[in-house]
Write a protein that binds this ligand. Structure first.
Ligand code: C5P
Length: 289
């Protein structure tokens, strides 16, 4: 049987508002999430045992089999459905890791998509949904990998949104950022949750309307990331200074920053400009969806 294949696209938090810290330490979020055309690639060769091989430019930093989220997600599904068909995954890792663009979460979601396909299960099957939730906070939104509002700690998803034509340049300066440290730096007291400051009805009529609404929004983790990792400040400045950049903002807990552009040519030109002065940074022009 031929291997099954899927892409694991980068996740972009177009906005990320922190509403408070729960008693268990996790933070409640309200985020408009989109997905990029760029990402990792995952294949599954059906077989008797579960396994994982990795290759690609960022495979080494993605770490061992044992802590790879692909296997974690697959094992959580097997626990819930002991007879489920499995096989050996091959992950081609291209996204930077610990980068705020959900690389590991998207890989885990891709693994669940392939296992769902192999076993004729809908993505809405409770075992798939539970395995996604338990693997990590961002895995559920990565299952369908379509733009939508994400709330709570990632378990509450709004309907899939049809984004206007919007282009982005993703820039990562090559420094990993530890998510728990960024959340801790907010210093929020446990147990106090604000009501959501944003409506869920983001304007999707045109890129200009959406960008205008996004300018009124924030990534609440950006100031903490900038003070813990000053390179984030430099990336934000370099992106916002490129011609035609409509908005530059950090994704997730960083350090990846995205710039928004109206068209593919402007995004490609901005990417070339940044790559020319910072050849070692990871710079990717892409469409969003
Ligand atoms: O879900 P993930 O493993 O990426 O989260 C890493 C850490 O980031 C958590 O252990 C927690 O400290 C923090 N976090 C949080 N609130 C969230 C997501 C993550 O406090 N909504």
């Amino acid at each position: 049987m031929l291997p099954l294949a899927t892409r694991a696209p980068a996740k972009i938090n177009l906005s990320l508002h922190v509403l408070g810290r729960r008693a268990d330490g996790y933070h409640e979020l309200d985020s408009l999430v989109a997905f990029a055309g760029t990402g990792d690639r995952l294949t599954l060769r059906p077989g008797a045992t579960l396994g994982l091989q990795t290759s690609g430019p960022t495979a080494v930093s993605a770490g061992h089999d044992a802590d790879n989220l692909v296997l974690k997600a697959a094992r959580l599904l097997v626990e819930r459905m002991p007879g489920v068909k499995v096989g050996v995954f091959h992950l081609v890792k291209r996204l930077p890791v610990a980068a705020g663009i959900g690389g590991g979460s998207s890989d885990a979601a891709a693994a669940l998509r392939l296992l769902a396909r192999l076993n004729d299960l809908p993505l809405s099957h409770p075992a798939i949904v539970d395995a996604a939730r338990e693997t990590g906070a961002d895995v559920l939104v990565c299952l369908q990998a379509r733009a939508r509002v994400m709330r709570g700690t990632g378990e509450v998803l709004g309907p899939v949104l049809r984004l206007p034509r919007l282009f982005a340049v993703l820039v990562n300066p090559g420094v990993p950022v530890a998510t728990p440290e960024i959340f801790r730096a907010l210093g929020l007291p446990p147990g106090e949750i604000r009501r959501s400051p944003t409506a869920s009805d983001w304007p999707m009529t045109s890129a200009a309307d959406l960008v205008a609404a996004l300018r009124d929004a924030r990534n609440d983790l950006e100031p903490a990331a900038c003070s813990l990792q000053p390179l984030v400040t430099e990336v934000l400045r370099r992106l916002s200074e490129t011609p035609d950049c409509r908005l530059a903002r950090m994704s997730g807990s960083g350090a990846t920053v995205f710039g928004l552009f109206d068209d593919a040519d402007a995004a490609a030109a901005a990417a070339r400009q940044i790559q020319a002065v910072r050849p070692h940074w990871w710079v990717k022009p892409t469409m969003l969806r």
